[in-house]
Design a protein. Sequence first.
Length: 144
Amino acid sequence: MEILMKPIGYIRSPYKDKTAAPKQGKPSEGTTAAIEILEEYKEGIADIKEGEYGIILFYFHKSEGYKLTTLSAKSNKIMGVFSTRSPNRPNGIGMSIVRFIKKENNRLIFEGVDMLDGTPVLDIKPYSKELCPKDIAPPKDFLS
């Protein structure tokens, strides 16, 4: 089976290369970026509101190759790639939780950016705390 996807838009970020971007979006709070939605998908962002959180699914377009085991930045141990947030993955799909700051025509301005400028966006989904399992609730300061 072959799966083909087309971007719905592109990230416009202050981060131009991998060494400049934070490893996760939370440390970049206060830094903003934008998703420029392609015209054919603009209607799909009609109900996204300022202040809401969203999940951005994107393609790691600058990652080259992958290994099924990798050094975890969190634990500094060799781990299976699916137990890490490494950008070097078999399908190169990334996910970040962001806070929408403003909507301007086909642009969604957000904070929590950890993507590079030009990153293709595959999908946007609403974030809902209600969908998090209660027994593994995020830390109290998460998304505060």
